[in-house]
Ligand binder design. Structure first.
Ligand code: AMP
Length: 406
């Protein structure tokens, strides 16, 4: 059985084709620059590396290009689109409506559309991907997997903001959290590595990529997370400020005459590591610059690590007892120096890092705590696409009548 996983962004479509239940990947690729003069599809299909450069007008054309490449038998593709038995879509915002993945129908599409005000940059392209996939593969069950869903188990004390209650009741203003699929995957893996049932594992998970977030996970359920109503809150990220005094907006309007849109763009696109360093949003570039004596790069990395350390302390307090701290995503999986800087000074809280194990752990599962550390420290490469494939497979199987229909 083949499951196609799609992640449609504003000008890109990322895809991965899984064979289930084996969980092997037959193809994966990334189409970029949709709507620009020259689009680019880079993919690996059945062992064949391929690259296409051509104008791709819109998501419909982009999906067609991907499906054509997948069925190009001369270059590793399979013969017939009918071999795709279900499609799983990453959807960023499911608000309070979606606590788990769902089989997509017109009503679900409308609900995702209703959440556009909460995620104006993400839900519209996700929805485009869904609509085009439903048109291109009308007889195939399609499943939506939401970034917010895993965090729907947070208690009100964690998700409510201290603003007038009617803003929650009427405008749904609250913390939602994101990267849920990643936090869920790594917390399940971490429990397995610890030899514990998910219900018996308390974890602090750190997703440190271009976007960064942390979660406190008690017994397999998210009880707090650092991102909020939008992905802007919390940690310092590539280009996002993370936590900041909300009065900054009024101040910038007063002293700089910036509009709210400009402030939103400033905090989302020009801040974080990029803003602090004035150099780059990319951690590798900053580490290299710091090594050459660049003070601004050093400050950016210091602020980034300090903020994570604060959240480790906060979530240790939230959970009371922590069995493991988990690092994942680009920085978390690859950068031993950042992991070491984050944890420096946290030994009294029970986090004892083994320097040797830390250095050796690059993009693979590893326990990098000392043998006598009261809390384990784990590196777990994330795999959001696999979670989406599993959820899609499971839902498609659970609904055999819809599954074979058409
Ligand atoms: P992601 O969004 O998960 O792909 O993560 C992207 C981030 O991971 C970028 O800031 C990269 O610079 C960072 N990254 C990837 N590899 C390394 C590495 N070896 N050392 C430090 N940062 C890395």
């Amino acid at each position: 059985m083949r499951i196609l996983v799609l992640n449609a962004g504003s000008s890109s479509i990322k895809f991965e084709l899984f064979r289930m239940p084996e969980e092997t990947v037959d193809a994966r690729g990334l189409l970029q620059r949709i709507g620009e003069p020259l689009g680019e599809l880079a993919c690996r299909i059945g062992g064949h590396e391929r690259k296409f450069e051509r104008p791709v007008k819109d998501h419909a054309e982009g999906l067609r290009l991907i499906l054509d490449a997948l069925t190009d038998t001369a270059h590793g593709g399979f013969a017939d689109l009918a071999e795709i038995t279900a499609v799983g879509h990453r959807v960023v915002h499911g608000g309070e409506a979606f606590h788990e993945p769902v089989l997509i129908d017109d009503e679900v599409e409308r609900a995702i559309e209703a959440h556009v005000p909460l995620a104006p940059l993400h839900n519209p392209p996700n929805l485009l991907g869904i609509r085009e996939a439903r048109k291109a593969l009308p007889d195939v069950p399609q499943v939506a997997v939401f970034d917010t869903a895993f965090h729907q188990t947070m208690p009100p004390v964690a998700f409510r903001y201290a603003v007038p209650g009617e803003l929650y009741e009427q405008a749904k203003l609250r913390r939602y959290g994101f990267h849920g699929t990643s936090h869920r995957y790594v917390s399940e893996r971490a429990a397995a590595i610890l030899g514990r049932k998910p219900e018996a594992a308390n974890l602090v998970t750190c997703h440190l990529g271009n976007g960064c977030s942390m979660a406190a996970v008690r017994g397999g359920r998210s009880v707090d997370t650092s991102m909020g109503l939008t992905p802007l809150e919390g940690l310092v990220m590539g280009t996002r400020s993370g936590d900041i005094d909300p009065a900054v907006a009024a101040y910038l309007e007063r002293v700089r005459g910036l509009t709210i849109r400009q402030i939103d763009a400033l905090l989302n696109k020009q801040s974080g590591l990029l803003g602090l360093s004035g150099l780059s949003n990319d951690m590798r570039t900053l580490l290299a610059a710091e090594a050459e004596g660049n003070e601004r790069a050093k400050l950016a990395i210091d602020v980034y690590c300090y903020r994570i350390r604060k959240y480790v302390g906060a979530y240790t307090a939230v959970l009371g007892q922590v069995h493991a701290l988990v690092f994942t995503a680009g920085v978390g999986e690859n950068s031993a120096p950042i992991r070491a800087r984050v944890l420096a000074g946290l030994e009294p809280l029970g986090y004892r890092l083994d320097e040797e194990r830390n250095r050796a752990a690059v993009r693979r599962e590893a326990d990098i705590a000392t043998a006598d550390s009261p809390i384990r420290i784990l590196v777990v490469p994330t795999n959001e696409e696999l979670v989406i494939a599993r959820d899609t497979f499971e839902l498609a199987l659970r609904r055999p009548s819809r599954f074979v229909a058409g």
